[in-house]
Design a protein around this ligand. Structure first.
Ligand code: F6R
Length: 594
């Protein structure tokens, strides 16, 4: 979703610092961008549709105070004018915003009636005029002592919806940042300070950060940062944290895309989880044993981790766990009691559907456990207990290492529940080895993508632990290559989808060495009998396969290399179709709206 970056300090190339900051947030997905600088008592704005690419801000005045934004359109089309920052009538106040002002139409009508002139179709511009209304107009009307901070607070309290807002003006030389719902993080530098919508963007500058909580406001100056409660205006303590990520983790290195880099980081990340994940797994296992009803909740790929978790818990730990996707979890709430444990799984820790689920579960007294990648994220802070996925920043929109990291933690947790966490560690180490070998030998994909690059549909089947693999393969293929792919439990084929299989229809079948092998094979055969082109992903070849990708058996952990095969297939298919795997259309990395 939208990206925000701001710099205040002694350097006079603030516009460039901000543009670089915005570039590092590109992975979140955006359709236009803009930078505002304060120079010689005026605000100069540059706004453009499309990607930043080779754009520069060399034509902007030198300044040591700048604010930028990447927009993912909600209200109003993708135009230069609708891009942020937005100014008030006096052009002395600039605003960037992440979220949706639900009551913007009403507010806009009232402001127009008061004589404010709007130039964009956005909800954000309302905020700039509202602040102007409270600040400039009231002052002009004789109300002395109104500060920008007060005006911003008053205006913000009139907004409905989940919003993060940053305001600058020509006089105050400070960012006023308020958060309610959408993420914002403040970066502490030496005689310079930063703010961003994502901690990864701060890494080249500082690792000392403070995440704003809902209802908090930060006043960020060059040498001072203060925090306030938005409602009461009272000061709040500073609660700095140190990020445990490195700068190199957040750039592409020698890889052409973040996605490929992140795919290749998986063996190392898995080894790391095998080494260090046991303590967290044992702690969570103790909590789960005490609870009466365990629920796993995630969105998109993370929801497939939850589904995988339900099979792992059943197979390894002989325990029942319920799972739901974030946006549906609210309808299961009636089952929750203070004895329930909700395991919320998320890479970003900012996915709105997850946060909403967790907040609702909290109102019913349930214990919240987070399996989350971003330290200090909203989910991290909301949870009663947490396990960090620990795979480093994930930047490609399509989740790769975070998903296999989630599965790895759930595997360890299942073995911890079964009383043999060491076995889980050994299994993970083996999965890392198998994955590493797989990544060294990608010859399977060159011919296959030639075969698949122009197809309209791909079907993917699996059973048991390969069912989440099938769903994951389908989401990866569709989200980056734009080929329609449908993942399903193989047993469901004959209940409908088989009707669509005809001569040449590509069908991917996961056939690991487990109890599902025979039934999965039957599914592949059903498709083959209707003319399907069968791509078998298995520990051994079979005559039913038209194309075979070998994946060595590593018992329940085979799910991990199976998922990696799906990632590679989606990646190379996307390249073959001339598309950018890191920035799929219409999608954003961190889905901070409902
Ligand atoms: C798919 C993908 C998404 C995310 C989903 C949840 O490749 O990336 O489906 O898995 O948006 O995001 P997090 O894990 O940040 O909650």
């Amino acid at each position: 979703m939208c990206g925000i970056f701001g710099y205040i300090g002694p350097r006079t190339d603030a516009p460039k610092i901000v543009l670089e900051g915005l570039k590092s947030l590109e992975y979140r997905g955006y359709d236009s961008w803009g930078v505002a600088v304060v120079a010689h008592n005026t605000i100069v704005v540059k706004k453009k549709t499309g990607k930043i690419g080779d754009a520069t801000v060399a034509d902007m005045p030198k300044s040591s105070f700048a604010l930028g934004h990447t927009r993912w359109a909600t209200h109003g089309g993708v135009t230069d004018i609708n891009a942020h920052p937005h100014l008030d009538c006096t052009r002395t106040i600039a605003v960037v915003h992440n979220g949706i002002v639900e009551n913007y139409e009403n507010l806009k009508k009232q402001l127009i009636a008061k004589g404010h002139r709007f130039i964009s179709e956005t909800d954000t511009e309302v905020i700039a005029h509202l602040i102007e209304n409270h600040y400039v107009s009231l002052k002009r009307g004789g109300l002395k002592g109104v500060t920008l901070i007060q005006a911003v607070r008053t205006a913000f309290l009139l907004l409905q919806g989940l919003n993060a807002v940053i305001v600058i003006d020509t006089k105050s030389r400070q960012f006023i940042a308020i958060r309610n719902g959408s993420p914002l993080v403040i970066g502490f530098g030496k005689n310079e300070n930063y703010l961003a919508s994502d901690p990864a963007a701060l890494l080249p500058h500082t690792r000392v950060v403070q995440f704003l909580e809902d209802g908090e406001m930060a006043i960020v100056e060059e040498r001072k940062i203060t925090f306030k409660n938005v409602k009461t205006g009272k000061g709040l303590p500073i609660k700095k944290q140190k990020l445990n990520w490195t700068v190199s983790q957040s750039d592409k290195g020698n890889y052409p895309h973040f996605m490929l880099k992140e795919i290749h980081e998986q063996p190392e990340a898995l080894r790391d989880i095998a080494k260090t994940g046991a303590t967290g797994a044992l702690r969570l296992a103790r909590a789960i044993k005490k609870s009466y009803g365990t629920y796993m909740v995630g969105c998109g790929s993370a929801s497939y981790a939850c589904l995988a978790g339900s099979y792992l818990f059943s197979k390894i730990a002989k325990r029942h766990v319920n799972w739901a996707i974030g946006s549906e979890f609210g309808y299961h709430l009636n089952f929750l009691t203070p004895k329930s444990t909700v395991i919320a799984i998320s890479q970003s820790g900012e996915t709105m559907d997850i946060l909403e689920s967790v907040k609702k579960a909290k109102t019913r007294g349930a214990v919240i456990v987070a399996i989350v990648n971003v330290l200090g994220s909203t989910l991290y802070r909301l949870a009663d207990d947490k396990v960090l996925i620990g795979v480093g920043p994930e930047k490609a929109v399509a989740s790769t290492k975070a998903l296999t990291g989630m599965i790895a933690h759930l595997l360890l947790l299942s073995w911890a529940l079964a009383g043999d966490v060491k076995k889980g560690q050994a299994m993970l180490a083996q999965a890392a080895l198998v994955s590493e070998k797989l990544l060294k030998n990608k010859k399977h994909f060159a011919t296959l993508v030639q075969k698949l690059k122009d197809v309209t549909h791909i079907y993917v089947i699996g059973r048991g632990l390969s069912y989440p693999a099938a769903l994951e393969a389908a989401i990866k293929i569709k989200e980056i290559s734009y080929i329609h792919a449908e993942g399903m439990a193989a047993g469901e084929l004959k209940h409908g989808p088989l009707a669509l299989v005809e001569k040449g229809t590509p069908c991917i079948a996961f056939l690991p060495n487990d109890e599902t092998y025979g039934a999965n094979l039957a599914g592949a055969m059903e498709m083959k009998a209707r003319g399907g082109y069968i791509i078998g992903i298995s520990f051994k070849p079979h005559e039913v396969f038209d194309y075979y990708i070998p994946v060595k058996d590593c018992r329940e952990a085979t799910l991990i290399p199976n998922v990696i095969v799906a990632q590679l297939l989606a990646y190379y298919l996307t390249l073959e179709r001339g598309l950018d795997p890191d920035m799929p259309r219409n999608l954003a990395k961190s889905v901070t709206v409902k």
